[in-house]
Design a binder for this molecule. Structure first.
Ligand SMILES: [Fe+2]
Ligand SMILES: [Fe+2]
Length: 268
């Protein structure tokens, strides 16, 4: 399975470069991925015109399976309404045909209006669990804008996913293979408790940190190996990470999951 992961497009930013986004889209089309995951921050201020402009670019993607997640910038100025009008549901799951079967891909809205930090929220846990638990037809992939694990080279970290511990425990419990996130504008990969957590940089802005250029990721989930390549739009690429397809699970953790996380039961 081939995934192109891009995020932090930030249409409306003074540091947005349309040439970078166009190059990334053209390169993505040439790669013919099974899935394009757009991991949030499509806009800068959540304004309608920014969503419309982002849509014009992203409509050029030829991949039949494109899934979008909301970013904190998209949640500014009541932008979630425009996101829904222009890009559809903020939380959804999709079954994606892949060479090895079918991948289950879930996009979660981790934003709170006008806050930079994120939260999945207890009310979403049961749904998240139901989508993934028992899925055995192919990879289980979550797209969520905020980072669950800290990203190095990004300075002081005050806007991660606030319920990251609970969410990681759920992902481990239901056997999620991969999390695709953005938000920090620095590409980085962790492999922990069988979960590969892949962060993309900013694809089309110069809102960058440290040494990392504008970039996006190409993820190849092969039968034996997972490789993740960092792509600089219009320029080149370098390897970002690689793993055995089967994650090393030599550690056991014994206390029952329910001792840590309880799902809210909503009356509907
Ligand atoms: Fe961003
Ligand atoms: Fe963000």
């Amino acid at each position: 399975m081939r995934i192109v992961q891009m995020s932090d497009i930030h249409v409306g930013s003074g540091l947005f470069d349309p040439g970078l986004l166009s190059a990334a889209i053209e390169e993505t089309n040439a790669l013919e991925p099974d899935l394009v995951a757009v991991a949030g921050d499509l806009t800068m201020e959540g304004y309608r015109w920014e969503f419309d402009e982002a849509r014009e670019y992203l409509d050029r993607l030829t991949c039949p399976s494109v899934l979008y997640a909301m970013g904190n910038h998209d949640a500014k100025n009541v932008g979630y309404r425009h996101f829904e009008d222009v890009f559809g549901l903020r939380e959804r799951s999709m079954i994606v045909p892949v060479p090895e079967g079918e991948a289950k891909v879930v996009a979660l809205d981790s934003t709170k209006p006008d806050l930079d930090e994120g939260e999945v929220g207890r009310e979403h846990y049961a749904w998240l669990d139901r989508e993934f638990r028992g899925w055995d037809r192919g990879p289980r992939i979550l797209i969520v804008h905020h980072h669950i694990l800290a990203v190095p080279g990004t300075g002081r970290d005050v806007n991660n996913l606030r319920d990251a511990g609970d969410v990681m425990a759920i992902l481990r419990e239901v056997g999620v293979d991969m999390v695709l996130s953005g938000h920090r504008h620095v590409p980085y990969v962790w492999s922990i408790s069988g979960i590969r957590v892949v962060h993309s940089g900013t694809v089309s802005t110069y809102r960058i940190r440290g040494t990392m250029p504008p970039s996006y990721n190409v993820v190849e989930l092969g039968p034996e190996k997972v490789t993740i390549t960092l792509k600089e739009p219009g320029k080149g690429e370098e390897p970002l990470a690689s793993f055995a397809r089967e994650p090393a699970k030599t550690s056991e953790f014994y206390p029952a999951f329910e001792r840590y996380v309880r799902y809210d039961e909503l009356p509907f």
